[in-house]
Design a protein around this ligand. Structure first.
Ligand code: HH2
Length: 274
């Protein structure tokens, strides 16, 4: 799959997507990278540490977060994108649910759409299809504001698979080719601790959907709930879950701690070329 100027062979390799949150309220790095200069330093650092992509987002989607108006989201991400795209050798993705933000981001050089709502905005599929960029379709039940209320699944893997299968078909019906689609089970999005652990354990079952699997557990609250709040424990849990996901079929890992994840992947997994 071509992303920007780079060819990603998701059948053989595991790639790292470094997280850059241009938000005032993200869980672990809120407020810091709204400043384009700081964002550039962080992006260059992650590139140097081995990131294959940088994921820029301007709306926190943590449980309970308020939605962000489109103008505000644009004000957060565009200066950052404009600053970093030309300075990086690796491609940049835009993490957004809004077609207007995606469109402006593609014009500013973003080369991948990471949509946690899997094309719910009625204009998103057309915008993505027209731009020709690959897309990540993530599973999320409900909205960030309310998604942790009343969570219950009868068979979580089938339910996520069915939704993702339906979203893949929808994307294809709107002109996005299958070769440009990645899927993501959406760790922490409308899921309890036991649901996240079940997804991790049975991640390989999503291979049936025949799209590369993206996975994001980095610093998420289920890790804190299982291992405790100590930053060392959170780092350890983030790296361990990333490694387990890679062994079970994930090809793209969305992480904050690029250096530590890369170090462990290089030494501990059996996948080639990592
Ligand atoms: N998780 C978050 C945001 N975007 N995209 C994909 N594909 N997969 C994920 O699991 C995912 C995502 C939430 O994490 P984070 O960016 O750390 O926090 P916040 O939502 O507060 O910005």
């Amino acid at each position: 799959m071509i992303i920007g100027a780079k060819d990603f062979d998701f059948t053989r390799n595991v790639y790292l997507m470094g997280i850059l949150n241009a938000t005032p309220d993200s869980f672990s790095d809120g407020g810091f990278y709204l400043d384009p200069e700081r964002a550039l330093d962080r992006a260059l650092r992650m590139e140097e540490e081995g990131a294959d992509l940088i994921d820029v987002g301007g709306e926190s989607t943590r449980p309970g977060a308020d939605p962000v108006p489109v103008e505000e989201e644009l004000k957060r991400v565009l200066p950052v994108l404009k600053k970093i795209v030309s300075r990086l050798k690796i491609p940049v993705s835009i993490d957004t649910r809004k077609a207007k933000v995606a469109e402006a981001a593609f014009a500013a050089g973003a080369a991948l759409l990471n949509d946690v709502s899997a094309l719910r905005d009625p204009d998103m599929a057309a915008v993505a299809g027209k731009s020709g960029v690959p897309v990540i379709l993530m599973h999320m039940r409900g909205e960030p504001k309310t998604m942790q209320a009343d969570v219950h699944y009868d068979d979580i893997i089938s339910e996520i698979s069915n939704t993702l299968r339906e979203r893949i078909a929808f994307a294809i019906s709107r002109g996005i080719s299958r070769e440009k689609i990645l899927i993501d089970p959406g760790i922490g999005f409308g899921k309890r601790v036991e649901d996240n652990l079940e997804i991790l354990k049975r991640l390989s079952e999503f291979k049936k959907l025949e799209c590369p699997i993206a996975f994001g557990s980095s610093r998420k609250s289920f890790i804190r709930k299982v291992l405790g709040d100590d930053p060392q424990q959170v780092l350890m849990g983030s790296v361990m879950t990333a490694l387990l996901a890679a062994e079970r079929g994930a090809s793209l890992l969305r992480v904050h701690d690029v250096k530590e994840t890369k170090f462990s992947l290089d030494r501990l997994t059996s996948r080639e070329g990592v």
